[in-house]
Every structure is written in C-alpha cells, then in structure tokens.
Design a protein around this ligand. Sequence first.
Ligand SMILES: [Zn+2]
Ligand SMILES: [Zn+2]
Length: 273
Amino acid sequence: MAQRTGGRTRWQSAASRHAHREGPRGCGESSETNRLRGILTMRILHCSDFHGNKRWFDWLVDEAANYDLVCLTGDHLDLFNYHQLGDQLSMINATLRRITTPLALCSGNHDSFSGGPPVDSRLFQAKWLREVRRPGVWIDGDQFELFGQNLRCVGWNAQVSSAAGNEIWLFHAPPAHSLVSAGIDGSEAGDEILGEICRAGNGPGIVLSGHQHDPRRWACRIGHTWCFNPGYDRNGACPNHISIDTASWSAVLYTDRGAAATMSVAPRGRGVF
Ligand SMILES: [Zn+2]
Ligand SMILES: [Zn+2]
C-alpha cells in the first residue's frame, strides 16, 4: 500500500510479495535474505526507448516479475507513427496495467509536448501518463521511497537543480558530454543542465536514462553519480535492459543475446545508499 506524506510517497509492499524471490543473477546476497536481516535492498530493471514496440511491452510484463522495481525512462511512444497514437496509448495503458511490480516512468521527447504546433492534447506535458498512474506506479513529478531508496521521476523539459546524494533519478536525456550521452557515431544527445549538476558533484547517486540510442558506453560515473543508458536495438527480440542490484551494487547489461557486461557500481562520495 502507498502512504502519501507531504508530497512524497512511501511504498510498502507486502512481505509475501518477495517470499518466492531468488537472489540476483549469480552475485551477492539476495534482496530477500537482506530484507530478513533488516537491510533494505532491491533489484531494479531499467529499460528505455520502447518506441511503441508491442513485443517489448509484452516481454516486460513477464520480466518485471523478477524485480522489485521497474524503471522506464521515456520514449514509450513512437511519434514517427503519430497517426497511430490512439492505438499506441491503448496498447501501452493496457499492457502496463498487467504489471504488478512497482513501476516508475518518466516521459521522453516522444511522449511530451509543451509548445510548438498543435498536437493531440494527451501529449501536452505527457498528460497521457496520468492514466497510467495508480498505487505503485509513479510518473513525471513524483518522488517516492522504496526499500530505503529515494527515487524521482523527472519529466521531459522539467527543471531540476541539485539532488540529494542518495537519490535515484529517472531522466530521459543522460548527462551531457558523457560516455552515455555521446553516440558511437559522434553525436551528442545529453542534457546540459543535468551534466553540469553531476559534474559539480550535486547530482543524484544514480541517474537512469535513454534517448541516445547508440551510446558509447552503457554506464559511466560523473562525480559521484552513476549514469546508465541501455541503448536501443530496434531489431532486438527483447529490449536492451540493465539490472541493478543494491545488495551487491552490481549492474548488468542484457541484450537479446543475454548478459553483455557487468559493472560494480558501489556508491562513492556523498552518495550514501
Ligand atoms: Zn528514443
Ligand atoms: Zn528520446
């Protein structure tokens, strides 16, 4: 059940929810073991840039059950198929309702408009996401606590300043001028302000992003901030995705060919998780 306190939501999941859980894939203590010891840890599934791919949304329904939290970091829709917007919204709404794992979403540039030429009103500031919101599902502007972690969903074009060091942010565009914002083709798709915040040492402990479809790296650290971008393989049977385990502080990148890379992401500096 969710308790709303002063604009923040503390999520309390039933203990039985985790009773069947096995540990993280091949490393560290399991979330359930730690929870029994009174230590709060969790496994996070980070995906991004589904761009209306129904097969990937269906995959997510099954995969989500293996995690404590699912984070989707924008470009849920594909506006290159704007004429199919209604169908895309119906499909996404219906599919996300089948997910029982706590779910956090932020909007991307394919999900939200705040100006420019007239568009469907459901796209104005990603208004359509409000239909997805329910207890255990957080969207743009929401801050919440889950298993001891403070999370924030930052919408496309939202203003941000400094973060608490122990926060996890969902933020579609990665910090600018970093290995996760730079493309293998030399392009740059990062957010300048987020980049400055992180470089000044005022960023969150973790920022989960997408937007740059072919990043040079899937993970990097700026100051004390760990930055992630799974990238986008449009032909993948499943989306690229990242598993983060806060028991072992390990992160694994998966493609449709399986585990592709592993990284230790222990918090440093002022980030205390
Ligand atoms: Zn995208
Ligand atoms: Zn994007």
